[in-house]
Design a protein around this ligand. Sequence first.
Ligand code: ADP
Ligand code: MG
Length: 703
Amino acid sequence: MSQYFNVADIFGENVFSDKVMQDRLPKKIYKELHKTIDEGKELDPMVAEVVAEAMKQWAVEKGATHYTHWFQPLTGVTAEKHDSFITAPRADGTILMEFSGKELIKGEPDASSFPSGGLRATFEARGYTAWDCTSPAFVRQDAAGAILCIPTAFCSYTGEALDQKTPLLRSMQAINTQALRLLRLFGNTTSRKVTPSVGPEQEYFLVDAEKFLQRKDLIYTGRTLFGAMPPKGQELDDHYFGTIRQRIAAFMKDVNEELWKLGVSAKTQHNEVAPAQHELAPIYAEANVAVDHNQLVMQTLKRVACKHGMKCLLHEKPFAGVNGSGKHNNWSITTDDGINLLDPGKTPHDNIQFLLVLACILKAVDIHADLLRESAADPGNDHRLGANEAPPAIISVFLGEQLQDVMTQLISTGAATSSKAGGVLQTGVRTLPDLAKDATDRNRTSPFAFTGNKFEFRMVGSRDSIASPNIVLNTIVAEAFSEACDALEAADSFDEAVHDLIKKYLTEHQRIVFNGNGYSDEWVEEAQRRGLPNIKSMVDAIPTLTTEKAIKLFGKFGVFTEAELKSRVEIKYENYAKAINIEARTMIDMASKQIIPAVMKYTKSLADTVIAVKQAGVDAPVQTELLAESSDLLSDTKVALAKLIEVTDTAAAMEEGREQAVYYHDAVKAAMDELRTPVDKLEMIVDKDMWPMPSYGDLLFEV
Ligand code: ADP
Ligand code: MG
């Protein structure tokens, strides 16, 4: 392709899109398939057969040799097993390319090695993958050739979810049903489907590949485990939105091109706050597609970085001392005929509906703040949430001055009579100000902020799948809608009941609203006074999944059974323990084999110098002092290393489960910090040529 191209020409060219289906499928088949996609009708095997044939033909024309069911087990990444289209050679030695309806809709990967948290005993290892026809198939072209990728759900033989997609689809169904119920109460008879829309903003770091390969910590854990601060960090804010350098620009161009071909609407790109940090945001899509696309974004960033001699770090905290990376999850609820339920709207009638939706969301977030917090927990995110960095671990909602004002009036009088900037407002009589265009300050310190016509959940980790946060959001809001509908359906006067309900919810849940500085110490105290949970770590967040409240919530809407929740809890403890174990072992390896030997060389060269200088009849006070200082730090290092080895061995010998994970969190992480301290000090003393790995400065400023 030439260096310059028309995006419209390539956008979605590798997607088995609706347009392709329309062109290639018989009308009747296309219609039938759409009944499945739009209404969840069961797929007729005969329809699947025709679709499979068309899909294969299309993919083979794109050069595809293999197909794969592309799924998202609970490993945090996607999984795939490639099967070629070829059949056994015929008598004349030639082959055919085949792909049946059965192969399209169902796969049976040997699933025994994927995490199942006890849901699937190893002797019934088979899980199965099932085609998710609501997320389009695509052809991915890379070093492996061209592969037809079919997004699938992954379940055990008894139907339990072993993946991210299954509960996500279930939660979308839940919010669809409850939101439609609510809309009908407001007289809407036209909308047929309600879906959550999601736009995730992906942050990442880029480092030079050669330097990356000299750091075992980056290779094994995706973050630096040692490293002294460089003379310059992010204090000048000169990187944020700065001019994008040519090497990075060339990378971004390729990323965009690849994503566009895959139908991912990559939209914005810019430099982020920390040096070497960047962001990519697509245009929002249906939750399910957005989750799949975000996986493609992460994979594409990594693959394209390699092509450009760089490595893309998706870890939440690759470097201490500068900002980490997150993924703002923008979320709204939209009908198939284009109504955004989070849009304040232009008529009094719409406004009442909006205020009820808002009140329901406040209620949902207040009641289930713990679950939202948990949905953003992963080992890497522990370094951000609750650790002096954006955003705090306490969930609160930012509404902005204007909405806050409306809310206060509704609580005190039952009807808002005026609004701060937007002239006279009587809920149900006049209109709310246009909040989307409104210049309310954009609060960057809130974990859950209303931004005009959507909520922005800012806690999600950069490396994590966005499935969990959206599963929780969809389900808790479905619950609040359902309870509101129960009340409204039973009411004599709808208008009165709506007003009462809005006032009731706002009053009962106003404690979740906070418009101030979420990073301040005062807020931590204030939140405690309000009784809001402050869950500081992943191990503390995990138990929220199996509280009575959570089991009831997820059970009621068929999103997770109790057994599924318990299995997820097990998997999470296991994943946490494994992640910390790898980090600890990597530190042990680096300290023993690289850092201590380097410091010994350095102290030896100092000692040699001291002797030589003294032999020349001169005192060597500086050399002697440096020798004493580095020898002291070296012995601190050795002591801390021994301690880390001891606690890591103890942890590894424990039985898997909560106790082990807690021990990794309390004892092993603490021992890791203790080892890091003397080593980072040594890095500032030892001759740069002798230090066995690139420094923070090398990594962050020389990309
Ligand atoms: P920011 O200024 O915080 O970067 P943007 O306006 O650029 O925010 O939007 C960030 C993300 O939010 C994008 O992915 C965008 O597509 C998405 N977004 C915009 N409107 C909506 C909406 N109604 N629902 C869900 N996501 C949305
Ligand atoms: Mg944003």
